[in-house]
Write a protein that binds this ligand. Structure first.
Ligand SMILES: Nc1ncnc2c1ncn2[C@@H]1O[C@H](COP(=O)(O)OP(=O)(O)O)[C@@H](O)[C@H]1O
Ligand SMILES: [Mg+2]
Length: 234
C-alpha cells in the first residue's frame, strides 16, 4: 500500500528560540511545529513581537534554534556543515526584507547579480538572468541606477530580483510591504503571488497587513512565539 504524501519543503518540530538577555531571557519562538508543502503561499500573521521575524530567520538559516528540529528542502539545518549551510542560504532560500537591504554603492544590476557571483556563477549568464528578472519587474530602465535614485517600490522590486537570482525553491518575505504605500505594497504582493502560482515557488510572507490574505493557501498565526490560530480571526 502506498500513501501518497508530498514531502514537505518545511518541516519544523518544537522549534524554539530563546534569546539570552543579561541574567534573564526572552522567548522569541516557543515550540513551533509546522509543515509546509511545496507550492504553498503561507501568510504568517501575528502582532509585533509575536515571533514572525524569528521564525523567518531560522528558516533562512540566518539564526540557530535553541531547541527543536528543522528540515528545509531536504537540509537538516541543525546538522549541516557550515559550507552546506552557506550554499543553503545562497541557493535554496531567497529573502526579502521590509528595509530592502540593498547595497547603496552598487547599481541595481550589481545588487541583483551579487548573490550569484558570490555563489561562484559565471558573469555572462548571471547578467542575462538579471536582465530577464528586471524586465519582468518593469525595472529595465533602472538597471544602472543606485538605490538612492529609486522609489520604495523600485527598491523592493530590485530586492525581489536579487532574491530570485539563484533560483531559490523557497522565498521568505519579512514585512515586504511595511515601507511601501498601498499601491506599491499591492504590486509586491501580486508579484509574490505570481511567483507562487506561475513559477510554483513556495512563498512565506510575514505581515501585519491584510493585503496578502486573498492569495494565501494557508495562514499561520503566532502569538507570544507560539502558533495560535484563533489570533488570525478577523
Ligand atoms: N536579537 C534579539 N535579542 C533579544 N530579543 C529578541 C531578539 N530578536 C527578537 N527578540 C524578541 O523576540 C520576540 C519575537 O520577536 P520578533 O521575532 O522580532 O517578532 P515579530 O517579527 O513578530 O515582530 C520579541 O519579544 C522580541 O523582543
Ligand atoms: Mg518582525
Amino acid at each position: 500500500m502506498s500513501l501518497s504524501t508530498t514531502t514537505p519543503i518545511v518541516d519544523a518540530r518544537d522549534l524554539t528560540r530563546i534569546y539570552p538577555l543579561g541574567d534573564s531571557e526572552v522567548v522569541g519562538l516557543n515550540r513551533v511545529s509546522l509543515t509546509i508543502a511545496p507550492g504553498e503561499l503561507v501568510v504568517l500573521k501575528g502582532n509585533s513581537g509575536s515571533g514572525k521575524s524569528t521564525l523567518l530567520s531560522l528558516l533562512a538559516g540566518l539564526d540557530e534554534p535553541s531547541a527543536g528540529t528543522l528540515t528545509v528542502a531536504g537540509y537538516d539545518l541543525l546538522n549541516v556543515s557550515e559550507s552546506e549551510k552557506n550554499s543553503y542560504r545562497r541557493e535554496v532560500v531567497g529573502m526579502i526584507f521590509q528595509a530592502f537591504n540593498l547595497l547603496p554603492t552598487m547599481t541595481v544590476m550589481e545588487n541583483v547579480c551579487l548573490p550569484a557571483l558570490l555563489a561562484g556563477k559565471a558573469c555572462a549568464p548571471t547578467a542575462d538572468r538579471a536582465r530577464e528578472l528586471l524586465d519582468w519587474l518593469d525595472m529595465d530602465t533602472r538597471r544602472d541606477h543606485r538605490p538612492a535614485q529609486l522609489s520604495g517600490g523600485e527598491m523592493q522590486r530590485t530586492a525581489i530580483a536579487r532574491a530570485l537570482i539563484n533560483d531559490p525553491a523557497l522565498i521568505l518575505a519579512d514585512e515586504p510591504t511595511g515601507n511601501l504605500d498601498s499601491r506599491n505594497g499591492g504590486r509586491v504582493i501580486e508579484l509574490l503571488q505570481e511567483l507562487n502560482r506561475r513559477w510554483r515557488r513556495t512563498v512565506i510572507i510575514a505581515t501585519h497587513s491584510n493585503l496578502a490574505d486573498p492569495c494565501a493557501t494557508h495562514q499561520v498565526c503566532l502569538k507570544d512565539g507560539a502558533i495560535n490560530d484563533s489570533t488570525c480571526a478577523p
